[in-house]
Write a protein that binds this ligand. Structure first.
Ligand code: MN
Length: 487
């Protein structure tokens, strides 16, 4: 279904009816003009990709600048217009975001599994801002949704890259909404047989049984909650296909043996109502013993909060209810994106890994003023760069590192025998400062016996300096030995 700009605007206004959305419309006109005449593989106008990306961002409640950057994200790479044009029309902040997306887009996954961790760090470091990551996820989601238009080899590469890099990062940031969508799509391309089988069963069970069950239970529960004047909304929550697949594998179970395929979610306004609702549920259906979990009093380590209970529900069917506030619900779906939307530091943030907290702090600071660009650097990976070997291995070096540091990071002998370097296929001086994403190839020669004397000045890492000193010393001793006739 083609997306319209009006849909995006309505989505934004849902959360804030009075918000001015003129800039979104301007960005749309700008992007449509820039991509005029371009089509995606399936033949649809290119602007659809921009609209889909922006709609996803609106759904996760991203702020207006992020949605604008989502509309403009492919302009510098794919059209005649430049980042300068974007900055002139939409300001520094939007241009900064678009620049980030362009940079992240250049990171290539070369299927080397042991470097996945470095790639993840590199992805985050290159993005330099959580908003860039959100846009990149939205962009990738639409690319995954339209993956069938690509040749099989490319499908597999993109699915694998997404599963190993994008999906885990989305999980770390708690953006489950995008994580589940992305991993289900990747699953389809990485395990097509298993996917097809499971999808059939899942759809069958979901459509024929659970949806009706959700509806009946909702109809039954609604008047009881209304009597108590509780504001609420009930939703069926279905486990993602990929999580079912993982659970079946982990526990060696059949699909029919997975019981928590769905739960009922009751979303309400405040915490007091959450407990009231649990009381009502327990008065209607007998709770299964020891199955009540209070993740509001004691949140899960990832910060998740809700009340869970399993009851012998309608028709004796064992049913899980999850009761939570609107804010908890948004946080459970949008993770870091929601924290930022609610703009507060709730107690649960303290439970996040250190680097996520750093990101959040930076986000909050950058909300305050125009120190945007400088504040937007991520504390954790600050001052690190990530460079590739021709084979696709990733090395993580300090900012300012030179090819000498890189050569010694790869191997001492590569360092000692280094005579030159190709950076992105261009012969470059050994004092060149490397940048994140550079592809570095060291040229070595057997004829070289020891490091250059000035290399100590070029080396920024401890490792390279120590190795150079050692090699120079040995070189001297060797020369001395040769001089006095020792071998
Ligand atoms: Mn794109």
């Amino acid at each position: 279904m083609p997306v319209t700009i009006q849909q995006i605007i309505s989505q934004v206004k849902k959360d804030d009816p009075k918000i001015n959305t003129d800039i979104i419309r301007l960005a749309y006109d700008f992007a449509r003009e820039a991509h005029n005449g371009q089509t995606r593989r399936r033949g649809e106008p290119y602007i659809q990709h921009c609209l889909q990306t922006a709609l996803t961002l609106a759904e996760i409640k991203a702020e207006i600048d992020v949605i604008v950057a989502g509309l403009l994200h492919d302009i510098p790479e794919d059209t005649n217009l430049t980042l300068k044009d974007i900055e002139k029309n939409f300001g520094k902040k939007v241009a900064f975001l678009v620049e980030g997306i362009t940079k992240v887009g250049k990171i290539k996954y070369r299927g080397v599994e042991r470097y996945v961790e470095s790639l993840k760090k590199m992805f985050i470091a290159t993005a330099a801002d959580i908003r860039v990551i959100l846009i990149k996820f939205a962009d990738r989601l639409h690319n995954l949704e339209t993956l069938e238009a690509l040749p099989p080899k490319k499908q597999l590469r993109i699915a694998q890259e997404s599963m190993e890099i994008y999906v885990p990062i989305a999980g770390l940031l708690g953006i489950w909404y995008l994580k589940h969508k992305m991993e289900n799509l990747c699953f389809k391309y990485l395990f097509p047989e298993e996917y097809k089988k499971l999808e059939f069963k899942y759809e069958f069970e979901k459509k024929l049984e659970n949806e009706k069950f959700v509806e009946r239970t909702t109809n039954f529960l609604t008047p009881k909650l209304k009597e108590e004047n509780i504001e609420f909304e009930i939703k069926g929550r279905f486990k993602s296909l990929y999580s079912i697949f993982l659970k079946m594998q982990r526990k060696d179970r059949k699909f029919s043996e997975i019981y928590d395929v769905f739960a009922l979610r009751v979303i309400t306004e405040n915490i007091a109502d959450c407990y009231k609702i649990i009381g009502i549920i327990h008065s209607l259906w007998k709770p299964k013993s020891h199955r009540f979990k209070d993740y509001i009093a004691v949140p899960k380590p990832n910060g998740y909060r809700a009340l869970h209970t399993t009851v012998f529900g309608p028709n004796g069917k064992i049913t899980e209810f999850q009761v939570l506030t609107r804010k908890m619900y948004d946080e459970s779906l949008f993770g870091i994106a929601a924290h930022w939307y609610y703009k507060d530091k709730s107690a649960q943030l303290k439970r996040q890994p250190r680097w996520i907290k750093d990101i959040l702090d930076i986000m909050q600071q950058s909300q305050k003023g125009d120190e945007f660009v400088s504040a937007a650097k991520l504390g954790v990976f600050k001052n690190r760069i990530f460079v590739f070997t021709p084979k696709g291995d990733v090395f993580d070096l300090p900012e300012g590192a030179t090819p000498i540091d890189f050569a010694y990071a790869v191997h001492t002998e590569i360092g000692n025998k280094c005579t030159g370097v190709l950076i992105n296929d261009i012969m470059s001086p050994l004092n060149t400062e490397l940048k994140s994403g550079d592809l570095v190839e060291v040229i070595t020669s057997k004829a070289r016996i020891k490091p250059g004397k000035d290399w100590l000045k070029l080396a920024k890492t401890q490792r390279a300096r120590a190795k150079i000193k050692q090699a120079l010393k040995e070189g001297q001793q060797g020369a001395l030995r040769r001089l006095i006739g020792w071998k």
